[in-house]
Design a protein around this ligand. Structure first.
Ligand code: GUN
Ligand code: ZN
Length: 429
């Protein structure tokens, strides 16, 4: 049994502050008590510390928030960030599919998976829902690397039987490989599986039927895909599925819309599909830097909130332009404002932590830094740059947090802790 006591300013937002006036939990001088990787107590330092008299206390230099949860990111695309000149469909053809073909090589997959998880940690991200490639080995590489780092990573082989040459499976092989991966990885470390059809355009009807069968047979797995991201994509989906009410309805007709479904983007949603998603308990991983980069549009928070949809936040690397969930939160603010919604910085923090965790079905484990949860947390440095130091000096908590979202990046993350152990220290490099 190992008890560790951390003294720091603590902040978490475990529920949506738009719906819960008690959502924000802030201890200006707090104590976090960790035992065997779990938070066992948290509160005001002076009040709580007598219960632990005689034990050493480590002082954490900065604002401590829960480890970030990236609700949608592609690890094989990290070396294709900033690929110039195209919107979604052409960008996939020209830049992304060729890069993903290289993941047929397990050694390449292992090398990128390792670099990717290090990059997550240096940006304060401790949990993520990750797209690999069509190759089962790309999942093994990611899960092996995550197991070593003890991170909470969810992923699953990409299903794409209508993909380009060299990047295609079949309904049968996709199903069989997914089943084998679920069997191989179930219950190991902090890993979770997600059935991952790439999007409607790269799977046959038969493969979407198989995806639903996998979901049905495995109540512990998620469904992870893309939805209504880009106008040209939406037009192609409407052309292939002329009978569907809208894009979501394509997935719905195959039984892919339920409480375990995570849809990335949702930029061009009908009111009908928002209502249906809320009813089904499905949700959207909002990816604002990606939407700006590919010219896809701005997520409509007003529409989503009017329907009570569940939301998280994703980097969507490599269409996204930053691993930083702080920066992603800052761009979410700008995207929301473009559609007349003022995204509160505490709500943005919620989306980047407990909101995403809830979307991924792991909110009982991470995202709130509450007693009983896993002790994944980040030490933020609000004086990481000269400009940030000037902007945060003497400011109130909301202004400090907002400044870190607008100006922050990996420099703003001083340390990242996984299960109470320091897994990244900025001093490391
Ligand atoms: N839709 C289908 N595949 C992809 C992808 O790799 N990235 C993004 N942003 N959208 C997609
Ligand atoms: Zn994506």
């Amino acid at each position: 049994m190992t008890l560790r006591l951390f003294r720091a300013e603590l902040l978490s937002v475990a529920t949506d502050p738009a719906k819960d006036s008690e959502a924000i939990r802030h201890e200006p001088d707090g104590l976090l008590v960790v035992e065997d990787g779990l938070v066992v107590a948290r509160g005001d330092y002076a009040t709580l510390v007598p219960r632990f008299a005689g034990l050493p206390v480590e002082h954490l230099p900065g604002l401590v928030v829960p480890g970030f949860v990236d609700a949608h990111v592609h690890y094989p695309q990290m070396d294709r960030i900033a690929s110039h000149g195209e919107q979604l469909l052409d960008w996939l053809e020209r830049h992304i599919f060729p890069a993903e073909m290289a993941f047929a090589d397990p050694a390449h997959a292992a090398s990128v998976a390792s670099a990717f998880l290090t990059e997550l940690l240096r940006h304060g991200t401790t949990s993520a829902l990750v797209f690999p490639t069509v190759h089962a080995g790309s999942v093994d590489a990611l899960f092996e690397a995550a197991l070593e780092r003890r991170m909470r990573i969810l992923s699953g082989k990409v299903l794409m039987d209508l993909g380009p040459d060299g990047l295609r499976d079949t309904p049968e092989s996709g199903r069989a490989e997914s089943e084998a991966l679920i069997r191989r990885w179930r219950g190991r470390g902090r890993l979770g599986y997600a059935v991952t059809p790439r999007f409607a355009l790269t799977s046959s009807d038969e493969q979407l039927v198989q995806a639903a069968a996998l979901l049905e047979a495995n109540p512990d797995v998620l469904l992870h895909t893309h939805l209504a991201e880009n106008r040209h994509e939406c037009a192609a989906v409407a052309q292939r599925f002329p009978d569907a009410h809208d894009y979501l309805d394509v997935y719905d007709r195959f039984g892919l819309v339920g409480p375990r479904s995570v849809f990335a983007h949702g930029i061009h949603l009908t009111d009908r599909s928002c209502a249906r998603m809320a009813e089904a308990g499905a949700g959207v991983a909002v990816c604002p830097t990606s939407n700006l980069f590919l010219g896809s549009g701005f997520f409509d928070f007003g529409q989503a909130d009017a329907h009570g949809m569940r939301l998280g936040l994703g980097s969507d690397i490599g269409a996204g332009t930053s691993f930083s969930m702080l920066h992603t939160a800052g761009v979410a603010y700008q995207a929301a404002l473009a559609r007349e919604v003022r995204l509160d910085p505490f709500r943005a923090l919620y989306l980047a932590t407990a909101g995403s965790a809830s979307l991924l079905g792991i909110a009982d484990r991470v995202g709130g830094l509450q007693p009983g949860q896993e002790a994944d947390f980040v030490v933020l440095d609000e004086a990481a740059t000269t400009l940030l130091a000037r902007r945060t000096a003497g400011a109130d908590l909301a202004a400090r947090l907002f400044a870190m979202q607008v100006l922050g990046d990996d420099r703003t993350v001083r340390r990242t802790y996984v299960l109470g152990e320091c897994a990244w220290n900025r001093g490391m490099g």
